[in-house]
Design a protein around this ligand. Structure first.
Ligand SMILES: O=C(O)CCC(=O)C(=O)O
Length: 289
């Protein structure tokens, strides 16, 4: 059964972004919310980033200022490795069928994470494109941002520049470091083009990996938590070390193995894997350049 109308597909390829409601079932959503709430409770007992991912970096990333009273759990890396609920969603949610209609039939998993902006925290995401973090032989790659909470204009929604996925791919290097953010000049004069992606919990924002995006701090008393899973066309091959490797990386989630590789023409600088817990620290380092 077709998941997306022709109009929705056209919108995705034209704008590089499409919000679709009911991307998970009510039960899947309730499970995701429950597991994340447990992680927030657990974070109250920690004063530093903790846990460990496949490449030895911490799994649970705390916003500076985090405390037992005001938890600032801003990122859980590769949640699918430590939660059956997240692994189930990564493999089975309707989101994956939507991706298969856009870039399939064969689709593989690239990486996953939870990004949360809890109330009274300063968590923000500087403007960037995802593809310069994760070069592949072709750019049929979609970042799926699943809304675990309602996303409103006040709680730090994803902000995008529609159409920016058509190019150029901007430098994310500044002062000799990969900062994971584009230069301020890239946004200069484009404020009028910015669109905020809002929607009710259970919706997914499908975003082309080359789209310019960022997000501001949460100014409300409600959390804004996203489960972000990135998928790519089965006939793409990774060209640099995965910045968030997990035991599930490259798993085929839809379709068959084709035994083929497809290349698109582009050029850009290679990225650097973050030395700190996640790209939040990488982006913050840009403030010191
Ligand atoms: O959390 C957000 O608002 C955006 C997330 C994002 O762009 C990322 O993690 O790469």
């Amino acid at each position: 059964m077709a998941q997306l109308s022709e109009e929705q597909k056209e919108q995705f390829w034209r704008d590089g972004v499409l919000v679709v409601e009911d991307a998970v079932t009510a039960e899947e959503l309730a499970d995701l919310r429950r597991v994340f709430a447990e992680w927030v409770e657990e974070s109250r007992a920690h004063s530093e980033d903790y846990g460990e991912t496949l490449d030895g970096r911490p799994r649970f990333d705390l916003q500076p200022g985090h405390s037992a009273e005001v938890p600032g759990l801003r990122r859980v890396q590769s949640p699918e490795e430590v939660s059956e609920v997240f692994a189930h969603t990564m493999r089975n949610a309707r989101t994956v069928d939507l991706c298969a209609e856009l870039i399939g039939p064969g689709v593989r998993f690239h990486h996953g994470k939870v990004n949360s902006k809890l109330p009274s925290t300063a968590t923000k995401v500087k403007w960037h494109q995802d593809f310069p973090f994760e070069p592949m032989t072709n750019d049929d790659m979609i970042t799926c941002l699943l809304f675990i909470d309602d996303v409103t204009l006040d709680n730090g929604p994803l902000e995008v520049i529609p159409g920016s996925h058509k190019g150029p791919l901007y430098s994310h290097w500044h002062g000799g470091r990969f900062t994971g953010a584009v230069a301020d000049e890239v946004l200069a004069g484009r404020e009028g083009e910015i669109v905020k992606c809002t929607g009710k919990a259970g919706s997914v924002c499908l975003m082309h990996a080359c789209l310019l995006h960022g997000s501001a701090p949460n100014l409300s008393n409600d959390p804004r938590t996203l489960y972000i899973a990135t998928y790519y066309a089965e006939d793409a091959i990774e060209l640099s070390p995965n910045h968030l490797p997990s035991t599930l990386t490259h798993e085929l989630v839809r379709g068959e193995v084709s035994g083929r590789v497809r290349c698109s023409a582009y050029q850009m600088e290679l990225p650097e894997v973050p030395e700190g817990t996640s790209f939040f620290a990488q982006q913050e380092s840009a403030e010191n350049v």
